[in-house]
Ligand binder design. Sequence first.
Ligand code: DER
Length: 235
Amino acid sequence: LTQEELKRIAAFKAVEFVKSGMVLGLGTGSTAKFAVERIGELLQQGKLKNVVGIPTSKVTHEQAMSLGIPLSDLDSHPVIDLAIDGADEVDPHLNLVKGRGGSLLREKMIEGACRKFIVIVDESKLVPYLGGSLLAMPVEIVPFCWKFTTERLQILFEDSGCVAKLRTCEKNDEPFVTDNGNYIVNLYFEKEIGDLNAASDSILRLPGVVEHGMFLNMASIVIVAGELGVTMKEK
Ligand code: DER
């Protein structure tokens, strides 16, 4: 099975939890895209009725619009029944790294307002500890004096051998700008971070930081699609 097929399998499994009348958080990324697609398909087939989607990014908003999924926002629906979204990393405690797609702020706001948050991943996302993939841990920051904030993030985690780099666009090397007009700093860790809650608090206390990509104690269920089948991990 290709990685794309595994993502699709996990996404379709998650959509089995969607019931008519629900307010749904619609995730962002290549895995969540399959879930949004499936929801649109069930609506078109009449198998699903009166759902409202709360998109976690402009990209997902566009995709959901094109599928005819009725859309709204957190102001109109401060409590959401169910959100389905991907993740970049999942540790054994179901803590997540998210945001490599640049949508972490809206994702965290929407998924934090959900009764149930289902994460859909292929098995390549499972890590022994957060940061363990040695890939980016994103932090959304304001553009003002971004170099200052990037430096302070790096110093904060120097014991974990952290390198902090501003995220830029491949095509023109300009800073990547989020849906909210902010920048993203990517943190790369050589060693395990240790106390994740303490790390979360110290990042958020830095003036200039908007939000980070560690989603701690937020996932209700993680659906993992692997070569040997689909498994569900519950909090
Ligand atoms: O950027 C994000 O938060 C995405 O949801 C990411 O965590 C997963 O993206 P993927 O399904 O394309 O790997």
